[in-house]
Ligand binder design. Structure first.
Ligand code: PLP
Length: 368
């Protein structure tokens, strides 16, 4: 059909130019296509058997276990599932925190992803915005001062492990130390590791963001660094917390622990396939290549007279925003005065070079 052919061509061309959003492009799902023959559905809890058997829960459990290990979850005290993306994982983490601490107040920095204020609105949770430092990381002095004033209510800290615009990472160990020093015992920390969760464990130094560092739940997007043709993600939490809020539902013959009822059974297969294909070694190598190319992109932009910068060990290159036609062509995410490109796996040197050439030409025209 012509309409589909046209759409395919348009998407193929757009995909080659997309530099501004965090989507890996280097996946090949040929071995999984036959699974599209079935109305697959992982309804309910991935760890409980349900009545419906056209499902991939065993593969989903392997995916969750892989991330539990990667994110140093406590032995035998973790639970999780494959979500529709980072946003759902964040909603789950906040929901769990609210059930555990109904009076809790959520603290998050001003550079937090736009979906979080919507989530907080859904959940009706009290929240206080904390200042950010210039690089996008939470301002810990502001957090300390704010916590001091509200010592009578349990804090729920929503930490960014890779802010949307600058890939700044809040330091969970520092956040924990602040709460320790104020003798705040009843508390909760959620890690929004949508972008960085899949590769931060391989960075040196390893950013403090996982369970061993003090997180109570972590959300990761699967379609970002690992790559998947449709949005997906993984959320993990401490099992004893989850058990406290679980309910059994007769209609599906299983536990209603997840946010969605019907759940995608195909995306767990994609993640499983990606993990098996790449292994830890492959993911580490992807991170290394992306970092190397991000450093290259920054250097090339600097060479063209553009004051581009990066946070340490970040694959996001930030620069003063460029003219609108270039933002549109390269699909650059822009906020206020800054834009960024994110050097995801699947982006090659040629694309960086072509982009820098465009920017250089536009920059010189504007100076002329
Ligand atoms: C991408 C992102 C989200 C949202 O994740 P989706 O998978 O798009 O739902 C949330 N927080 C951060 C920091 C992100 O980078």
């Amino acid at each position: 059909m012509q309409a589909l052919d046209d759409l395919y061509e348009r998407m193929r061309a757009a995909n080659d130019l997309a530099l501004g959003y965090p989507a890996a492009k280097d996946f090949d799902l040929a071995p999984l296509l036959r699974f599209l023959d079935f109305p697959v559905n992982n309804v309910g809890d991935p760890f409980a058997d349900g009545t419906y058997q056209v499902e991939t829960r065993a593969f989903e459990r392997e995916v969750v276990a892989f991330f539990a290990d990667l994110l140093r979850a406590p032995q035998d005290d973790w639970w999780g599932y494959v979500t529709n993306g980072g946003t759902e994982g964040n909603l789950y983490g906040l929901y769990l925190a609210r059930e555990l601490h109904p009076r809790g107040v959520v603290y998050y920095s001003e550079h937090t992803h736009y979906s979080v204020s919507k989530n907080l609105h859904f959940l009706g949770m009290r929240h206080i915005m904390i200042r950010s430092q210039k690089n996008g990381e939470m301002d810990y002095d502001d957090l300390r001062e704010t916590l001091k004033i509200h010592r009578d209510v349990p804090p729920i800290v929503f930490a960014n492990i890779g802010t949307t615009m600058t890939e700044a990472r809040d330091d969970i160990r520092k956040i924990r130390e602040i709460m320790d020093s104020l003798a705040i015992r009843e508390r909760y920390i959620h890690s929004d590791a949508a972008l960085c969760g899949a590769y931060a464990p391989f960075l040196d130094p390893r950013p403090p963001f996982d369970f061993e560092d003090g997180a109570d739940s972590i959300s990761i997007s699967g379609h970002k660094f690992l790559g998947c043709p449709m949005p997906t993600g993984v959320v993990l939490a401490r099992k004893h917390n989850v058990t406290r809020i679980a309910r059994s539902i007769d209609y599906i013959g299983t536990l209603d622990t997840t946010i969605s009822g019907s759940r995608n059974g195909f995306t767990p297969l994609v993640l499983w396939h990606r993990i098996k294909e790449l292994g830890r070694k492959g993911i580490r190598e992807r991170a290394r290549r992306s970092l190397e190319l991000a450093a290259y992109a920054q250097a090339q932009l600097n060479g063209a007279g553009i004051p581009a910068w990066r946070n340490p060990n970040a694959i996001t290159v930030v620069f003063p925003t460029v003219v609108e036609p270039l933002r549109r062509k390269w699909q650059l995410a822009t906020q206020g005065e800054i834009s960024h490109l994110i050097v995801m796996p699947g982006i090659g040197k040629e694309q960086i070079d072509a982009f820098v050439e465009d920017v250089r030409a536009a920059h010189h025209r504007s100076l002329a």
